[in-house]
Design a protein around this ligand. Structure first.
Ligand code: SF4
Length: 499
C-alpha cells in the first residue's frame, strides 16, 4: 500500500487522544488521506519500510525534546529505564536525524517537521547541551516546512496544498524558509545579530509571539513564522470525538486509558514553560456536551471499570476560563472568569452518568486560581493526594519565574480547613535568580511542608524566557544583569540542600 502521509516518530504510537499524532492520523483519515506510522526507527533502512508517501513525511521526536529525554539537567546521559519510563532508543536531535535519513533515501520527498523539539527550535535558539546558539532547525533538518504547536489545521492544509500542487507559503501555524521578506511581518534580530550580542538575543526573546507573523534573517534566507491558527471549542470537540481505539502501549501512559481532555492552553505564562510557544496562549475548552458524549462512550467499553482516570488539561482548573478579547495577560486580568462554575458543573454532570463511579483529577491544579467552591467539589475527585507546583517560595525567584501570583500558605490553610486531604508539592532549584540563600529558605520550607514529591534542577529548554535569562545573564525585559547558578557544583548544591 502507498500511504498519502507517513509519520516518523521518536516514541511508541498509541491510538489514543493523549497521543498528538493519533489525533493527526485520525483527522487525516477522516478527510480521506491514508496514514502510515514508523515508530522509533533505528537505522535509515527503517525509514524505507513503508515506501515513499504520496504527499509527505511528518517527522517528530515525540512528546519530549530528544536532548531532554536523553540527558539529565546536569547533562549526564540518562539510564534507559530512568527516562520517564521510556524504554526505547531515540537518537540525540532525533528530528534532524530522521529527516536526514529521509532526505538520503527519498531525495524529492516532502518533509514536514512537527512536535515539541521542532516547534521550540524554529528560530535561533540557545541549545543547553551544546552550550551555544543554533540556527532554526529547518536548516539542519533540510525539511520543507515546520508545523509548530498543535498541528491539526496545518496538516490538513499542507495535505490539501500538496494534493493540489499549490505552494506551501502562508499556512497559519507553520514556519518556512524564504528568500523574500513579505510585507507585514515583524522582523526579529537576525541570526547573525543575536549570535554577536546578548542584548539582541533579549530583543528577539521579547518579540516572540505566536499571534504574529514573524521573520528572522539567517544568511541569505528568512525564516517566516505565520501566526498560530484560531482553534475553537467546536474544533476540539471534533478532534477528541474521533474514533480512537484508546489502546495504550506506552508505559508512562498506562493507567490513563480512560482520561478525558477538557481543554487546551494555559494562561499561567510561567517563564520556564514552553506551552505558550506551542499555542495561542488562550484557553480553548471543549463543550460540556462533547465531553459527556466521550464519557458515555467510555462507559460502554468492555474493559472500563467505572473510573475516569483523569479529567483535565495542562492545568485542570483552567477549564472554562476561555476569553480572547485582547492580547493582554489573562492571569492578571480582572475580567478573567475565575468562578470555576463550568468545571464544577462538568464534574457534577459526569458523576451522574450511568456507569461512572469516580472522576479523578490527576492533572495539576493551578492553586493560585482555585477558590473554595472549586475545592469543595475537587475533594471528591482527588486520587489520594493533590499535586501542586509552587516551584519556589522566594519572592525574587518566583518573580523571575513569573509565578509570584499566589499565597501558598493561605491555600494550604483553606485546603486543610475544607478537609480536602493531602497535598504534594513540586519545586525547582537553580532557576535564574536563585541563590544558595534562596535554596536554603526553600529547604527550610520543605522540611515544614513534608510532602515534597519532586525537586528538579532547572533545565534551560530552547526558546523560553528563563532560558534567555540563563544564556544572557540578563532579565530580557529590563536588560539588567541577574544572578544565574551556572556551575554543576552550585546546581548540585542547591539540589542537595533540599535533601
Ligand atoms: S480581557 Fe482579560 S481574560 Fe480576556 S483575553 Fe483580555 S486579558 Fe485575557
Amino acid at each position: 500500500m502507498v500511504y498519502d502521509v507517513i509519520f516518523v516518530l521518536g516514541e511508541r504510537f498509541c491510538d489514543h487522544p493523549l497521543c498528538g499524532v493519533a489525533i493527526l492520523k485520525r483527522l487525516l483519515e477522516k478527510n480521506n488521506y491514508s496514514v502510515g506510522i514508523i515508530e522509533i526507527p533505528k537505522t535509515e533502512k527503517d525509514i524505507t519500510k513503508l515506501g515513499k508517501p504520496n504527499l509527505f513525511f511528518g517527522v517528530s521526536s515525540g512528546s519530549i525534546d530528544s536532548m531532554l529525554r536523553n540527558y539529565t539537567a546536569l547533562k549526564k546521559k540518562r539510564e534507559e529505564k530512568e527516562v520517564l519510563n521510556y524504554t526505547q532508543e531515540v537518537p540525540d536531535r532525533a528530528a534532524i536525524v530522521y529527516s536526514n535519513w529521509i532526505r538520503k533515501k527519498f531525495k524529492d520527498s516532502l518533509i514536514v517537521l512537527g512536535g515539541i523539539e521542532s516547534s521550540l527550535r524554529r528560530f535561533t535558539h540557545y541549545d543547553y547541551w551544546q552550550d551555544s546558539l543554533r540556527k532554526s532547525i529547518i536548516f539542519d533538518s533540510r525539511a520543507d516546512i515546520l508545523v509548530y504547536g498543535y498541528g491539526e489545521k496545518q496538516c490538513l492544509e499542507i495535505a490539501k496544498r500538496i494534493s493540489n500542487k499549490e505552494p506551501l507559503f502562508g499556512i497559519e501555524g507553520t514556519c518556512i524558509k524564504s528568500r523574500e521578506l513579505p510585507k507585514g511581518f515583524i522582523e526579529l534580530p537576525s541570526h547573525e545579530e543575536v549570535s554577536g550580542s546578548k542584548g539582541k538575543f533579549c530583543e528577539m526573546q521579547n518579540l516572540l509571539d505566536n499571534n504574529k507573523d514573524l521573520a528572522q534573517k539567517t544568511g541569505n534566507f528568512y525564516i517566516l513564522q505565520y501566526k498560530f491558527p484560531k482553534y475553537s471549542s467546536k474544533d476540539l470537540d471534533e478532534y477528541y470525538e474521533l474514533p480512537f481505539t484508546r489502546k495504550i502501549s506506552i508505559d508512562y501512559l498506562k493507567g490513563f486509558e480512560f482520561s478525558v481532555v477538557t481543554h487546551r492552553g494555559c494562561i499561567g505564562n510561567c517563564n520556564f514553560c514552553s506551552l505558550k510557544l506551542m499555542s495561542s496562549g488562550r484557553i480553548i475548552s471543549r463543550s460540556e456536551e462533547s465531553i459527556l458524549k466521550e464519557v458515555e462512550y467510555l462507559t460502554k467499553l468492555p474493559y472500563f471499570k467505572g473510573n475516569i482516570d483523569d479529567l483535565g488539561g495542562p492545568s485542570a482548573n483552567m477549564y472554562g476560563m476561555d476569553c480572547d478579547k485582547c492580547n493582554n495577560n489573562c492571569i492578571d486580568c480582572k475580567k478573567l472568569d475565575k468562578s470555576h462554575s463550568r468545571i464544577i458543573h462538568l464534574l457534577r454532570q459526569i458523576k451522574k452518568v450511568k456507569g461512572i463511579k469516580n472522576v479523578y483529577v490527576r492533572s495539576g491544579v493551578r492553586y493560585d486560581l482555585a477558590n473554595d467552591e472549586y475545592l469543595e467539589e475537587l475533594k471528591h475527585h482527588i486520587p489520594g493526594k493533590l499535586k501542586i507546583a509552587p516551584e519556589h517560595i522566594s519572592p525574587d525567584v518566583l518573580e523571575m519565574m513569573n509565578k509570584n501570583k499566589g499565597n501558598l500558605d493561605d491555600f494550604i490553610k483553606r485546603f486543610k480547613k475544607l478537609g480536602c486531604g493531602e497535598l504534594v508539592f513540586y519545586f525547582m532549584v537553580a532557576h535564574p535568580g536563585s541563590t544558595m540563600k534562596d535554596a536554603k529558605e526553600l529547604a527550610e520550607k520543605t522540611k515544614k511542608l513534608k510532602n515534597t514529591e519532586s525537586v528538579q534542577i532547572f533545565t534551560p529548554t530552547p526558546m523560553t524566557i528563563s532560558t534567555c535569562m540563563y544564556y544572557t545573564g540578563l532579565n530580557p525585559k529590563t536588560k539588567k544583569p541577574i544572578y544565574v547558578p551556572r556551575t554543576y557544583k552550585e546546581k548540585k548544591d542547591q539540589r542537595r540542600i533540599l535533601g
